[in-house]
Design a protein around this ligand. Structure first.
Ligand code: ADP
Ligand code: MG
Length: 583
């Protein structure tokens, strides 16, 4: 968003609460909405963007609220110093909870956060230090120049500014190197791993960021309410925050504000009339919200925001120059060597004995009929799967058993037979994801916008690779809207953006038209001439025959022939394997 819009929002936040005649009840509602929206902004990043459901945000908010309440009441420290202290304690707790819980995924992760939410609630309710069920009282208000900011209109201003700050921080973080990594967690994790993204770190980052948003809200809450007790930090509150994020549109930041507004307003009116229906003390609103959550997830899983607002496309500054070109290993050096690879699936031997050597500046074709074991071999070579026996060497180093991330760090890049682009990223962003390891900016420097130069170079690199692959026109398209053949070419661009020295391609020509195949062939020749080592797994015989320097032919998991295409073409075993077909 443009700075002018943010300035207008800041001005509105400062002025609106003081409008003459504005009922104070409205201001107080706005404060509730603002604090909730800050938590929901964190959930947009955690749940909407990174795909991890958390019911524990209210509990994390509690950690912060209790921390600042304790140190300001017991130690008499200024509430302003309570903020960094509360943030720090929440950070440590979130990190600890995250390292235990984030190994879980899907529903199990959600259940894990429910467990944390319940146990933290009982901790708050039973710990003498934090006043058990009575909580802590007498928390000092914020003050400025010796003046206590007790008026709720001050609170509204401070909450509004915090919300704007939180939104800006989230936007900056999402539009960065680690932002792409976090966005890939939803539907693109395998692809991200293949270009070296540390998925565990990306998950932890989203979790800790959301926790810090909850911490900011908890600090505001403690000094505005001036009392804290366990009821505000239980599972019911956790469900409500999640509902806000999901209802507004979990993947959209403005949706957080929309959802918070809707839930707070509905909650307020429900509390007015539900007791007449169910009797006092039943807390029937929890049931209403639970049902609402389920209904929304079924009817409009993307939330309300995308329904009422157009999709804003992100624009990226592109530098004049791309990233510096990586030096290629010496021409003719051993790039990739497989020795005696074997992989069984139960009784089926998918790869029985595969050995070959790929050199820098060589285009090697791995061919064979359907089911020969090509894709399985491909996975063994790229670290996506591990052999039962045998050895893989990359640039002379044993990499058997290495993860895809480790392979990527050592200069190997790959495409997938079934294209795996990150659905929520545009074409150029998908390619920029490929350059993840070539950037260095930390999440904090992204939030502070200190990563702009590096990002501009990354986008220049992505644009260069896209242009090279003939897809410059499609840069801003939604990645998954492309034809499947084109998606596979985007994958090649993404692989190239990683600056690899070894490139593994699984059936890149499938689904391409004749002209597109020709340009792909030209590109691959050019890369080979630059010294890249390319392993091409291909079904299309004509394509690979005209392109490859050497061929390895597999059938039933073993190598049945190797050599120049012209020799392999005449090999009886190969003709037999292909039933005298195309060869
Ligand atoms: P290709 O890519 O040459 O067509 P694949 O490597 O995909 O062949 O498959 C080789 C054999 O291994 C096939 O019989 C296939 O059914 C089997 N296979 C591949 N992956 C698995 C798996 N994950 N589990 C069980 N069998 C598999
Ligand atoms: Mg295959």
């Amino acid at each position: 968003m443009k700075p002018a819009i943010w300035l207008a929002l800041v001005a509105a936040t400062l002025v609106l609460p003081w409008l003459p005649g504005l009922p104070l009840f409205w201001v107080s509602l706005a404060c509730q909405i603002g604090i909730s929206a800050i938590i929901a902004v964190g959930l947009v990043v955690l749940t909407g963007v990174a795909g991890m459901t958390s019911f524990a945000q209210a509990s994390l908010m509690g950690i912060s609220a209790y921390t600042t309440a304790l140190i300001t009441t017991k130690l008499g420290i200024s509430p302003w110093l309570g903020l960094p202290a509360a943030m720090a304690v929440t950070l440590v707790v979130a990190f600890a909870i995250g390292s235990i819980t984030l190994r879980l995924s899907g529903h199990y992760l959600a259940l894990g956060t429910i467990a944390w939410s319940v146990s933290l609630y009982y901790l708050y309710a039973n710990l003498d230090l934090v006043g058990r069920n009575d909580g802590l009282t007498g928390i000092p208000p914020l003050s400025l120049f010796g003046q206590k900011l007790i008026d709720i209109r001050f609170s509204a201003q401070i909450i509004g500014l915090s919300l704007i700050g939180g939104m800006i921080a989230s936007l900056h973080l999402l539009d960065s190197r680690w932002g792409r990594a976090m966005r890939s967690l939803r539907g693109g994790a395998v692809a991200a791993a293949s270009v070296g993204v540390d998925l565990g770190r990306a998950r932890m980052l989203a979790f800790v960021f959301a926790a810090l948003m909850a911490a900011l809200a908890g600090w505001l809450f403690a000094h505005m309410q001036r009392v804290v007790n366990p009821t505000s930090f239980g599972l019911v509150a956790g469900i409500q925050y999640l509902l806000m994020a999901v209802m507004g549109g979990a993947a959209h930041l403005p949706g957080a504000l929309l959802g918070a507004t809707a839930v707070v307003l509905v909650n307020n009116s429900l509390q007015d009339w539900l007791p007449f229906l169910f009797g006092a003390g039943v807390s029937a609103e929890t049931i209403v919200f639970g049902v609402a959550l389920v209904l929304i997830l079924q009817a409009a899983p993307a939330g309300l925001w995308p329904v009422i607002a157009p999709r804003l496309s992100r624009s990226h500054r592109v530098a004049e120059t791309a990233l510096t070109v990586q030096t290629m290993p010496k021409l003719g050096a051993v790039a990739l060597r497989a020795s005696g690879l074997q992989r069984r699936f139960g009784g089926l031997v998918a790869v029985a004995d595969l050995s070959f050597t790929l050199y820098q500046g060589e285009l090697l074709g791995l061919i064979g009929p359907n089911g020969a074991g090509k894709s399985t071999s491909f996975n063994l070579l790229s670290g996506a799967d591990h052999p039962d026996a045998g050895r893989v060497e990359l640039a002379g180093q044993d990499v058997t058993g290495c993860t895809p991330q480790m392979m990527a760090r050592r200069g190997l890049a790959r495409s997938f037979q079934h294209a795996r682009l990150v659905p929520s990223l545009s074409v150029i962003e998908n390619v920029a994801l490929g350059a993840h390891l070539r950037g260095h900016a930390s999440p904090l420097s992204a939030i502070l916008r200190r990563d702009r130069d590096e990002e501009a170079h990354i986008y220049a690199e992505a644009a260069r690779q896209l242009a090279r692959c003939g897809l410059a026109d499609l840069a801003d398209h939604n990645a998954t809207s492309l034809a499947l053949g084109q998606q596979r070419i985007v994958e090649i661009a993404r692989a190239l953006a990683a600056g690899p020295s070894v490139l593994l391609l699984d059936e890149p020509a499938a689904g391409l038209r004749h002209g597109e195949k020709q340009s792909l062939a030209a590109l691959l020749r050019q890369l080979r001439d630059e010294g890249m080592a390319i392993l091409l797994v291909e079904h299309d015989m004509e394509f690979v025959m005209s392109l490859a320097d050497n061929l390895v032919v597999m059938d039933f998991g073993t190598v049945i022939a190797t050599g120049k295409p012209s020799d392999v073409r005449r090999n009886p075993a190969v003709i037999e394997a292909y039933l005298g077909g195309v060869a």
